[in-house]
Design a protein around this ligand. Structure first.
Ligand code: MSP
Length: 512
């Protein structure tokens, strides 16, 4: 029986059109989803939009739109982006859907039943932009305005009736969770941040608002709207048809294997969410991975700073796999990373066009010219070829481990090295010089390099799926053989000539 794997992205606020930061989270989750499918897992990959709360209500008003109509309009842009980014998501959830309401109401009722919710009055700081409450010591003054230290977003003083969640009572349980599951929060630096925060002591959390109406009403007290984060986090369950815990989706996929998120929303996922779940007597997700920010001009990309790089513009100009590869290779996953067009172009030329793309092109045209397009079958396995091909098979276990720990940068570095070595192998062994003297050896070299190209392609396929599909089609690899297990087998097709293919990665000029 296939093993299951459930991965989620944050659900995005449809407050403006999607930007590179959103694309980044979604591409990363897609890479891990595709890798697990390659390993043979039954994968469920979820993304979507987070549509309630004051932030969205205000944004709709600013645009003179009915709030739901505004959400419909922008949510479509996020949905379109899943196609443009070539995401393999299995579902796209919107928090304005009926299935989500049912799920949030059930969580609320469970929290009431467990006596984790009480009615009180909230007075404190609130940031609409972050949809977050802040303590006094988290606020600083900037240009005569109070802002949250962590995000720089402005905050307002709020006083209103509110339901509270007894977060304070869950501190020890949370610390125990982090201790007994050291990989619950990754990377480790993020884990330490969270532990320090929880160790300081947690205050009860306001989980309802009465000053606006755009959200899910509290069951039995419609004056209150459920806090948008309690609402939003529950999406991970709603998409599995919770509260029907007998549903196949829920049974297969809860608890989630990874919530992949940006570091800005770690507190919600690593503190509030497990506390809500424990109080609701539900199993906890296995991991929360907080990636760093994509920076443009060394600053976080955001609408308010006006430094947004539009992923769609870049894809139209350079291609989707080029963008996916660049973000994976250049940005260190756990840390912030600056991106620039200049570096993107360098990366396309050096890694994709000159290295991997060129390797495929050279070998495929060599097969076309010298073997009538048919991959030659290996006749003699000599030790040079064997150790060359073994490079990947020997490393396979550790490559899988790297991906299991979301160490994407080390993974890709290894794969790029394989490609670099493959180019070297082809150059050093000069099969073209053996045409007359030793055609058998020439065939064996080509057979080995083609096998290596196939293996590298399989390993790269979660990262640059579109191009890898072209290569696998060129080599006539059967659909069912496009899996990681094929790396250790011979699945090359020797009977049918390889297909002609276009240049895989065009070089880009400095001024393009
Ligand atoms: N709606 C909430 C998430 C709810 S999840 C239950 C939210 N939405 S958001 O649209 O503001 O941002 C979502 C995510 O986008 C961030 O957590 C992060 O993953 C990603 N990014 C947004 N800007 C980013 C960068 N500049 N860089 C990298 N990712 C960032 O928060």
């Amino acid at each position: 029986m296939k093993k299951n794997f459930y991965i989620t992205t944050p659900i995005y606020y449809p407050s403006g059109k999607p930007h590179m930061g959103h694309a980044y989270s979604s591409i990363l989750a897609d890479i891990f989803a595709r890798f697990k499918r390659l390993e043979g897992y039954n994968v469920h990959y979820l993304t979507g939009t987070d549509e309630h709360g004051l932030k969205i209500e205000r944004e709709a008003k600013k645009n003179n739109k009915d709030t739901k109509a505004f959400c419909d309009e922008i949510s479509v842009k996020f949905k379109d982006l899943t196609r443009i980014l070539n995401l393999s998501n299995d579902d796209f959830i919107r928090t304005t859907e009926e299935r989500h309401y049912k799920s949030v109401e059930e969580i609320w009722n469970r929290l009431i039943d467990s006596k984790d919710i009480y009615l009180g009055k909230y007075s404190g700081w609130y940031s609409i932009s972050d949809e977050a409450y802040y303590e006094d010591d988290e606020i600083i003054e900037e240009n005569n305005k109070k802002v949250a230290k962590s995000s720089g977003s402005s905050v307002d003083w709020v006083e209103e009736d509110s339901y509270f969640f007894k977060l304070s009572k869950w501190g020890d349980k949370l610390l125990e969770l982090y201790k007994t599951n050291p990989k619950f929060i990754l990377p480790a630096s993020r884990r330490n941040e969270v532990i320090k925060f929880v160790e300081k002591g947690l205050k009860d959390l306001s989980v309802s608002r009465t000053s606006f109406s755009w959200g899910i009403p509290v069951p039995k007290n419609k004056k209150h709207i459920i806090y948008v984060w309690l609402d939003a986090l529950t999406n991970y369950l709603s998409a599995l048809n919770f509260p029907d815990t007998n549903d196949k989706l829920y049974k297969n996929f809860w608890p989630a294997d990874i919530h992949l998120i940006g570091k800005d929303i770690l507190r919600f996922h690593a503190i509030y969410w497990p506390a809500f779940l424990m109080a609701s007597k539900l199993p906890l997700p296995k991991r929360v991975y907080g990636h760093g920010w994509i920076l443009s001009d060394e600053k976080k990309m955001s609408k308010s700073l006006g430094n947004i790089l539009d992923p769609i513009d870049i894809i139209n100009k350079y291609g989707i796999d080029q963008l996916r590869y660049y973000l994976t290779k250049e940005v260190s996953l756990g840390n912030d990373g600056n991106i620039s067009l200049e570096n993107l172009k360098k990366c396309i030329n050096n890694d994709l066009a000159n290295n991997f793309g060129n390797l495929c092109q050279r070998v495929f045209s060599f097969i076309g010219k010298n073997f009538k397009g048919k991959i030659p079958k290996k006749i003699k396995d000599n030790s040079i070829d064997k150790s060359f091909n073994d490079e990947i098979t020997k490393d396979l276990k550790s490559l899988i481990e790297l991906m299991d720990n979301q160490d994407l940068n080390s993974y890709i570095k290894k794969v790029v090295d394989f490609s670099f070595n493959a180019n070297k192998y082809f150059n050093d062994n000069e099969p073209w010089s053996l045409k007359k003297s030793d055609s058998e050896r020439m065939g064996d070299i080509v057979s080995s390099i083609t096998k290596q190209i196939l293996n590298i392609t399989l390993l790269l396929s979660p990262i640059i799926p579109k191009t890898c599909e072209v290569i696998l089609d060129t080599l006539n690899i059967k659909k069912e053989d496009r899996i990681i297990d094929s790396i250790k087998k011979d699945v090359l097709n020797y009977d049918v000539p390889i297909k002609k293919n276009e240049i895989l990665f065009k070089k880009v000029d400095d001024d393009s």
